[in-house]
Design a binder for this molecule. Structure first.
Ligand SMILES: NC(=O)C1=CN([C@@H]2O[C@H](COP(=O)(O)OP(=O)(O)OC[C@H]3O[C@@H](n4cnc5c(N)ncnc54)[C@H](O)[C@@H]3O)[C@@H](O)[C@H]2O)C=CC1
Ligand SMILES: O=C(CO)COP(=O)(O)O
Length: 370
């Protein structure tokens, strides 16, 4: 009996070690409005699936002082991101860490969710501190800029700098609404079926429904480009043109997204634009997003985008105007601005090179109507 008992305990110990070694540790890189909403989902999911995931979720927080207290301390003591997602309680197993390398220690899954303009710098800080067996997923809607012009997918930056595979998650996901557990969908762009399923398990809830698409590039590009179109939708709202004009801006924007992918991402599948990352995210952002709201104010107040971003968003960041700049830089270098008049006009208006009331004029001879 003693012998059998000791064998059984050894087996259990090995089995525990095996399961422990299989448990995935999650690191969330970012803690803004969407980052915090995602932390709530992941924090709850890893507890519900504690056989597959470590229950401690480390979240890198760009440290700042709020009324004399460190944001990391507020999150770890009060379990609320009072600046970027006020009013929403975060799971107590979500731990805010101000040092990105420390947050990354031993992580198996990296969830990148910060404004795209900060991503390359953060990636560089992580270089050399990431397990070679880790996987990444980017929730970042935007591009990185290559030296000498041209754009890079954020997932490409992750693969190149950190040498790990990286999927993306895009969709109609206004963070505050997701944090309120309103039913919505998202698309995970991931070619690898095993990683895709693991990531779907990590993110999916009863109200946050995930579809996996192998058309990785298109999923990610949709997330970036829709923010440009949302700025255009805000211009239309600011100019008071009504729903028909806004619908035309949205449709022409969708067509430019499709054409952009066909030109720069061969193999892009049109069906992907019918996923949440495509038409659904375009709709939600063109009606309820921050890019739309600030763009409308830009037309109505005459203030600059930068001034309005500071005045209206309390530290949150617009992604549409910088993405319009990055895309225009590439279109200009390839002398293709005339094939994307909506993207081009939106960039020029943001930069003050065109007046907002010239916006619709730029669409009157759109290639779609030739
Ligand atoms: N907010 C939303 O409804 C949604 C946002 N997204 C995307 O998620 C990504 C992250 O957006 P949010 O979480 O909303 O961020 P946010 O728009 O709330 O931006 C604030 C975040 O930027 C960080 N930050 C500020 N300066 C920084 C610096 N110098 N270095 C590093 N971080 C700095 C702040 O600490 C804070 O975490 C964006 O690409 C956005 O397009 C996607 C879906 C929904
Ligand atoms: O990406 C979003 C919704 O899916 C949020 O869009 P905004 O950044 O315009 O708020």
């Amino acid at each position: 009996m003693h012998c059998c008992a000791s064998k059984a305990s050894t087996f259990e110990a090995d089995d525990t070690r095996l399961r422990m070694s299989e448990k995935k540790r999650v690191c969330i890189v970012g803690s803004g409005n969407w980052g915090s909403a995602i932390a709530k989902i992941i924090g709850n999911n890893v507890v519900a699936m504690s056989d597959q995931f470590h229950t401690e979720v480390r979240m890198w927080v760009f440290e700042e002082m709020i009324n004399g207290r460190k944001l990391t301390e507020i999150i770890n003591q009060d379990h609320e991101n009072v600046k970027y997602l006020p009013g929403i309680k975060l799971p107590t197993n979500v731990v805010a860490i101000p040092d990105v390398k420390e947050s990354a220690k031993d992580a198996d899954i990296f969830v990148f969710v910060l404004p795209h303009q900060f991503m390359r710098n953060v990636c560089k800080q992580l270089q050399g501190g990431v397990k070679p067996t880790a996987v990444g997923i980017s929730l970042i809607k935007g591009f990185d800029v290559k030296e000498g012009g041209g754009i890079l997918l954020i997932t490409t930056v992750v693969r190149e700098v950190l040498n790990i595979p990286c999927a993306s998650l895009m969709g109609a996901n206004i963070a505050n609404e997701v944090a309120s557990e309103n039913y919505c969908e998202a698309t995970i762009g991931c070619k690898d079926p095993k990683n895709g399923q693991l990531l779907k398990t990590l993110f999916q809830t009863k109200y946050f429904r995930i579809v996996i698409s192998e058309d990785e590039d298109t999923v990610e590009v949709c997330g970036a480009l829709k923010n440009i179109v949302a700025v255009g939708a805000g211009f239309a709202d600011g100019l008071g043109f009504g729903d028909n004009t806004k619908a035309a801006v949205i449709r022409l924007g969708l067509m430019e997204m499709v054409n952009f992918c066909e030109v720069f991402y061969p193999g892009s599948q049109q069906a992907t634009f019918l996923e949440s990352c495509g038409i659904a995210d375009l709709v939600t952002t063109c009606y309820g997003g921050r890019n739309r709201k600030v763009a409308e104010a830009f037309v109505k107040t005459g203030k600059s985008i930068e001034v309005l971003e500071n005045e209206m968003l309390n530290g949150q960041k617009l992604q549409g105007p910088p993405t319009a700049y990055e895309v225009n830089y590439m279109l200009k270098s390839k002398m293709m601005e005339d094939r994307f008049p909506l993207f081009t006009a939106i960039h020029k208006i943001c930069k003050g090179e065109l007046k907002p009331d010239q916006f619709i004029e730029c669409l009157k001879n759109h290639p779609e109507h030739m």
